[in-house]
Design a protein around this ligand. Structure first.
Ligand code: HEC
Length: 158
């Protein structure tokens, strides 16, 4: 038992240090890997030039956008309420949202009955970080981390 506790205490300390390190929120996602992750989203979402609303809304310029506001898409009430309460998509919010949209909205609105029209959950943290990096390349208007020098490359790729 004593041995177990000796093991447990450093583990707990290491765990809480990891939490502290995380509090300045920064994702280190890989947009290329995110493109592959986005295949999971494609059955419902489109990005890019001719993107249209499908089961879910278009995800161009989603960063910096108030939640639940893409034109002509019929959102569920909860996400619209969250947007009206001030929810604007950034890395941190989307990272939480993608893990479990319904649970996220319930916590945001402090309402156990809140609902999400998006039933899909993306559990893996690295996949969430990577898909966020990928989506950012379709959000040029946000303060994205895509350096200016990349714009040439992007416009010629189409
Ligand atoms: C099964 C279909 C489905 C899949 C798969 C899916 N979504 Fe969604 N998504 C939706 C729907 C439907 C909504 C609208 C939610 C609402 O109205 O409550 C939505 C909403 C969103 C929003 C909020 C957009 C806004 O304008 O506020 C984001 C961001 C999002 N999805 C990202 C993703 C990403 C990234 C993936 C892949 C990892 C994904 N979704 C996979 C159906 C889906």
């Amino acid at each position: 038992m004593a041995k177990f506790i000796k093991f447990l205490i450093p583990a707990l300390i290491a765990g809480s240090l990891a939490v502290l390190a995380d509090s300045a929120f920064a994702l280190d996602g890989d947009a290329e890997k995110g493109e592959a992750v986005f295949k999971k989203c494609k059955s419902c979402h489109m990005v890019g030039d001719d993107a249209q609303n499908r089961v879910g809304p278009v995800l161009n310029n989603v960063f910096g956008r108030q939640a639940g506001t893409f034109a002509d898409y019929k959102y569920g009430k909860s996400i619209v309420d969250a947007g009206e309460d001030g929810l604007v998509w950034n890395d941190e919010e989307m990272f939480e949202y993608l893990a479990d949209p319904k649970k996220y909205l319930r916590a945001k609105l402090d309402d156990k009955k809140a609902k999400s029209k998006m039933s899909f959950k993306l559990k893996k943290e690295d996949e969430r970080a990577n898909v966020i990096a990928y989506l950012k390349s379709f959000s040029p208007e946000s303060e994205s981390e895509v350096p200016e020098s990349n714009t040439e490359e992007e416009s010629s790729s189409n």
